[in-house]
Design a protein around this ligand. Structure first.
Ligand SMILES: [Zn+2]
Length: 130
């Protein structure tokens, strides 16, 4: 069983210049984002690996990790991060996820087998109805 803190998006360096917070409004109606949720959920269920999608205004990239670690380079064009929490009982965003959202001022989404949660840039955590 993994611990909550094993979700180490925290390895992300906080090097960017902070701009105004990114809204999650409209994000979930994007076709590529909907597809990413389905893809990440399917990969998670099948391989039990952690997968993330880095969302930009004009597209997204996937990164994957193992042992609960996903490393990626921060770039200012990233407007949201979606990642998986494969393990039952750890569906909610971790404290690391909250720090990522508030630190980078972007919405951070957590995808589990049956749930979708978001941490908004102001630190509020909410389950999203898909
Ligand atoms: Zn997480």
């Amino acid at each position: 069983m993994r611990s909550l803190l094993s979700c180490s998006l925290a390895t992300l360096a906080l090097l960017t210049e902070l701009t105004s917070p990114v809204s999650d409004k409209g994000l979930l109606s994007r076709h590529d984002v909907r597809e990413a949720i389905v893809t990440i959920r399917a990969d998670t269920a099948k391989e039990h690996i952690e997968v993330a999608a880095l969302v930009r205004a004009d597209g997204l990239d996937y990164v994957s990790g193992s042992s609960g670690d996903i490393d990626f380079a921060w770039e200012p064009g990233i407007i949201a991060v979606f990642h998986s929490h494969p393990d039952k009982g750890f569906e909610r965003p971790s404290s690391v996820d909250v720090r990522l959202a508030t630190g980078m001022r972007i919405p951070v989404y957590v995808i589990s087998v049956k749930e979708l949660w978001v941490v908004r840039p102001d630190g509020t955590v909410e389950e999203v109805k898909e």
